[in-house]
Each structure stands twice: as C-alpha cells, then as structure tokens.
Write a protein that binds this ligand. Structure first.
Ligand code: FAD
Length: 622
C-alpha cells in the first residue's frame, strides 16, 4: 500500500468535475485522494475562458448555493461580468463571467490545497480495481495501487483522445497533454458500453497584433453582479471583449481547406456539439450567410493572449492563419496556437443511477464529459453531486438527488440517466419544464437549506438565506401597506404609458403592472425610497419577482407538485419487465436497461408512452 491505508473517495482527474467532486467529498469529511495526470493543469479551462451564460450561469449559482466552489472561484478571478437576457423575464437572466484562465486554475489549486482532507497524486490512472462487483481502488501507470472505498472517474476528453488538425492527427487529451489509455478497455471488459464524441476549439492569438480600432468593444455590466451568495469580491474594473466578423474572403480561404478537413473527409467519427459548430461547419451549413460574428476574448488581466470565440476549427493551421488575417482587425494577427478538434470516448449515462453511481460496479461514479456532456458548468455540477453521493454512500448515508423542479442540476442528471445522449449534452433553459422556478436569483432559497442539511453549505450561508427570506417577506408587507395618493403618482403613470389611478392605491398594486418598475416608484415617491433604503438589494429583487410573477409562480408550483406524485410512486427492486406483455417492445427494452426508480422517472425515458406508464401503474397496483 502506498502513502495511505485506504481512502474514502478517490477522484480521477482534476478538471471541473474532479475538482468539485474532491472538494465536496473532503469538505463533508471524507478522506480524498485526487489523482490527476498533471498537477499544473488542475482546473484548466480547455476551451473558452468564461463561466456561466444562458442556463449555465444558473448552474453555477446552484453549485454555489449547495456549498460548491466554482462560483467563489469565478468571482475571485473574473475580468468581466454580464447578466445576459436582462431584457427578458427573470427566468432567463443568466450570469456570465469572462475569466482569467491562469488565475482561475491557480485559485482552484489553492482552494484544494487548503482542504486538509485532500491528498494529491500526479500520474495517469490506467484502470480501476474491482472486487465482488465493487470498486476498491485504482491502478496507475507506475503500477501503484491506491485503495479506496469509492472512485469517481472524471476523465473529460482524455479517454483515447485523438487530436485532429487538418490531415494530421495524434493521441492527446487536450493540446500538449497526453491522452488516457486503459480505462475504456477495462470498462468494456466489465460490460460497460462506450461511445465516441468530438469537440473543438479555436485558435488563440497575440492581442498585441490586433487592431481593436476596427472592432466594436463590448464591456461588462455597469454595475457588475457576481456568482456566489457569499461575500466574494465584486469587480471594480473590467476588461472589454471585442466583436468583429468573418467575410467572404475568409470563407473562400476556409473552403480551400475543406479537402483537408478531418470532419468533411470522414476522419472524425464522433458526434460534435450541435450548438457550438466549427467555423467551417457554419460556412458549409449556412452557405447563404456572408459573415459570422467573432468575439475576441482576453484570456486574463495581464496576458496578451486572446481566445477567438466563433472561430473553432480543425482545418490545417496555415489555412486557419490565412483566413484569420482576412478578418477586420486581424490583418497582422500572430497566432499562438491553432484550433483543433478532439475525439474521445464517453460512456452513455443511461448506465448510471441518479446518484451518478454506475449500475454495473458499485461505488464507482462517473462525472463530467465522460458522461457525454460538454461545458465546465455541466461537468462541475456533476462532480459536486458525485462527490456528495460517494461520500454519503461510504458513510452509510442516503442518496442525494435533486428533483427536476428543484434545480437545473436535477434536470441535467435526470435527462442524462433517463434519456441518455448521443451528442454532447449542454444545458438550455428550454430543457427545464419548471424554469420559472429555477432562477439564478433564488438558487440559494431553493438549495442552501439542502446543502446545509448535508453539511456542505456553511451556517453563514443558511443565515444569509433566512435573512433574505425574512427581508423579502417584510418588504412584501411594506409594499402591501404603502398607500399612494392619486396626485403623487399619476404624472409618473402617464409618463410610463400606464393607466392613471382614480383613488388611493397600494404600492403592491402598481408593481403588479407590467410597465411599472420599483425604480420608477422610488424615483417618484421619496417616502417609499427612504423606507426601502435599509433593505438588501437581493431581498428587494426577490420580493419584486414574487409580486410581479405571482400568478405564474403559483401555477408552476402546483404543476410541479402534481408531477411530484408520479415521482413519489417508487418502483421497489428490479421488476421483470419481460413478464409484462402489455408493454410495447421498445418500452420493455428501455425499462430493463434504465431500471427507473420511480414512475416519474419511467415516464421520461424516451420511447415510453403514456400507455406504457398506465401498464406500469396497473402492474404496481394503482
Ligand atoms: P476535463 O476538464 O477534460 O478534465 C479531465 C481531467 O482528468 C484532466 O485534469 C486530466 O488531466 C485528467 N485525467 C484524464 N484522464 C486521466 C487519467 N487516466 N488519470 C489521471 N488523470 C486523468 N465545452 C464547451 O462548453 N464548449 C466548447 O466549445 C468546448 N470545446 C472544447 C474543446 C476542446 C478542445 C476541449 C478539450 C474541451 C472543450 N469543451 C468545451 C469541453 C470542456 O472543456 C469540458 O466540458 C470540461 O472541461 C469537462 O470537464 P471535465 O472535468 O469532465 O474534464
């Protein structure tokens, strides 16, 4: 035995999933070993230097509310913040940060080093050790065996990774890093199914060689917000991104390279992310478009390196270079690294239970890109959930599963486990049926009590939630009581295009009008403004959302409760679906494979019809 008798949780890989898994399990009290190939690339952002965005920002807020680290680290290291979709309803507001890539990775490493329960080992894991269908450790390239009561695999894009640039291809897990061999092969032998996916990244350029005067600057929010519900730093200065466009000359040069494209020539077999296509894919698919938008994103506070968002490519490096130089502002561009595509193995996530434990090998968990997802946020939240569940399992505690009506994290895992995915899965607001309940502003109210009960969210977090709730309720009462005379408000209502009032009314009634905002009332009513001065901004926001969207929120809550009845209908043990002839053939096969834990879960498996659900309910005596 090397270094340590036996760990509670061994985490393989220190990407976004692995870091959250290790931190969560260790903060809960597990003795954790984090084994990763290269300690200098802990929490490396493989692709764009940014966290959050539509639906992804909500996930980061949820991770934070539960007591995870990604939100705190993003706040500590961002260079720009924007709340996307501000002009839409609050369910769509999505925080996004431009990150300092190097500082983000450094902050993660220092955070992990600050947790006494985390041990580190730098090496490639080549296999797991399984006894009696239960994982009991991992083996490394040097032949070392580490014993652990549970193992979380978070190998990202590294499993048999194959990098493509034009006609060249070579093994690798990410640019300048080796791929991982052995794990897929062993898991296949153990009876797992594996698939192949691909993703890609754009070139990086030298910011000193760009002419920003030919581009449009895009700054951050005037009053930047942040991700963590704790007292993390708020940005006082920000770095802008820049917008420019491709043009016909760029497209012509890229087209010349199509005959050497690994994608068009069929050398890449894996399916790529539909919503993040390469530039050659965009030109090919949308041949009628004469330009595509490019975002020039700085990689940090002090580096000159820039990430060229929208120009992901696996064409030969000289084609990328020549095409880039035809973009306005890029005439003298110097390239630091070419874009590339990477193919890697993943394991269809229908082989997991809702705790992310594999059904085939006990105490073995998968999290992140290995499950067919794409994105740092999607990976991080799975890592958090796998870390929590691995800790709970080895300490004899129950599973920790979030419902679809509680969190985007619940939606993501439920989708993966029940529907699987054959293309890289990323989160969208449209995937959540209860998205009006799953907002970025209320992740703390939804999840911090659960995180606190687990022992992961601190007392301070819970106190803040209680204070916010109390203040929001107090505010609602104040606005309900605050009386407004016709004369003091009608000029404002006319200005806003809202109907005048003819008798004294309450502030609450006016706020229910779609075109009357709290800021307007504060401007017109100094007494109200003074009464609100002592309230916290987040509590104010919460109270206003509750007032403005009350009817929708109540309806959505009722619907979530109705759906919950199906979730509460538990399927005990393994049913013999083969002995239920009334089920369709497809339903039998899918149910056998997924082994759903509730009728609700069964109803969401693709291919299961309402008629199949009725058969199940009759069989279960309902
Ligand atoms: P990773 O971040 O890949 O981390 C895996 C970790 O495991 C690494 O630390 C690695 O060293 C370690 N490791 C692997 N195998 C072993 C082993 N056998 N032993 C020890 N350690 C091991 N996401 C998007 O949302 N949009 C994009 O456009 C996009 N493009 C991408 C382009 C490229 C080229 C790459 C590589 C990734 C891209 N991603 C993109 C994906 C994004 O990087 C991942 O979704 C995210 O990083 C996955 O996190 P993870 O923790 O699962 O894995």
């Amino acid at each position: 035995m090397f270094q340590q008798e036996e760990y509670d949780v061994i985490v393989v890989g220190a990407g976004h999933a692995g870091c959250e898994a290790a931190a969560a399990a260790a903060n809960l009290g597990s003795k954790v070993l984090l084994v990763t190939m290269n300690m200098n690339t802990i929490a490396q952002m493989s692709c764009n230097p940014a966290m959050g965005g539509v639906a992804k920002g909500q996930i980061v807020r949820e991770i934070d509310a539960l007591g995870g680290q990604s939100g705190i680290i993003t706040d500590q290291t961002m260079i720009q913040f924007r709340m996307l979709n501000r002009s839409k309803g609050p369910a769509m507001w999505s925080p996004r940060a431009q990150s300092d890539r190097m500082r983000f990775a450094e902050a993660w490493r220092l955070t992990l080093e600050g947790i006494a329960n985390v041990d580190f080992w730098q090496e490639a894991v080549t296999g797991i050790v399984v006894e009696n269908d239960t994982v009991v450790g991992v083996k490394t390239q040097l032949g070392i065996e580490f014993r652990g009561k549970s193992v979380v695999l978070t190998n990202g894009t590294f499993l048999n990774g194959l990098i493509h640039i034009g006609e060249k291809n070579f093994g690798g897990g990410r640019a300048a890093e080796k791929g991982s061999r052995g794990i897929t092969e062993q898991l296949l032998e153990l009876g797992f199914e594996a698939g192949r996916m691909k993703t890609g990244t754009p070139p990086r350029v030298d910011g000193r060689s760009l002419d920003y005067s030919k581009m449009e600057a895009q700054g951050g929010d005037e009053v930047p917000s942040k991700f963590s519900y704790l007292d993390t730093p708020r940005l006082t200065q920000q770095r802008p991104c820049y917008i420019t466009y491709t043009n016909e000359r760029v497209h012509d040069i890229l087209r010349e390279g199509f005959e050497k494209s690994p994608m068009f020539q069929g050398r890449i077999k894996g399916l790529g992310p539909r919503y993040c296509p390469s530039v050659e894919d965009k030109i090919n698919r949308f041949a009628d478009k004469d330009r595509h938008q490019i975002f020039v994103e700085p990689e940090g506070w002090s580096t000159v390196e820039c990430y060229i968002n929208g120009f992901s490519s696996s064409l030969p490096e000289d084609v990328q270079y020549r095409a880039l130089r035809e973009i306005a502002g890029f005439e003298n561009a110097k390239m630091f690294r070419p874009g590339y595509a990477i193919e890697y193995d993943f394991f269809p996530p229908t082989q997991l239970s809702l705790t992310l434990e594999t059904k085939r090998v006990q105490n073995l968990y998968f999290a992140g890109q290995i499950n067919g997802t794409t994105g740092y946020e999607e990976a991080a939240c799975q890592g958090l959930m796998a870390g929590i569940n691995a800790h709970n399992k080895v300490h004899g505690k129950g599973p920790f599963v979030l419902k679809r009506s509680e969190a985007y994290i619940g939606v993501l895992i439920d989708d993966l486990v029940n529907k699987g995915t054959d293309e890289p899965y990323r989160m969208f607001t449209s995937r959540a049926e209860h998205r009006i309940l799953l907002r970025q502003d209320n992740a703390d109210l939804r999840l911090t009590p659960l995180g606190h009960e687990l022992g992961l969210a601190s007392d301070e977090r819970l106190e803040r939630v209680r204070l916010k709730e109390a203040q929001a309720a107090e505010l609602a009462e104040l606005l309900q009581k605050f009386a407004i005379e016709t004369a003091e408000i009608n000029p404002l209502l006319v200005e806003l295009g809202s109907a005048e009032i003819h008798e004294k009314t309450r502030a609450m009634n006016l706020l229910r009008r779609p075109n009357v905002e709290l800021a307007d009332l504060r401007r017109a009513l100094p007494a109200l403004n003074a009464a609100l001065a002592a309230f916290d901004a987040e509590a104010l926001e919460q109270a206003i959302i509750n007032i403005k969207y009350e009817t929708y929120l109540v309806k959505e809550q009722q619907q979530a409760e109705r759906m919950q009845e199906l979730e509460n209908f538990v399927i005990q043990g393994r049913l013999d679906y083969r002995a239920m002839p009334a089920l369709s053939h497809e339903a039998r096969e899918k149910l056998l494979k997924v082994q759903p834990e509730t009728i609700g879960q069964a109803s969401r498996i693709s291919g299961i019809s309402p008629a199949d659900v009725s058969v199940l309910m009759v069989y279960l005596g309902r």
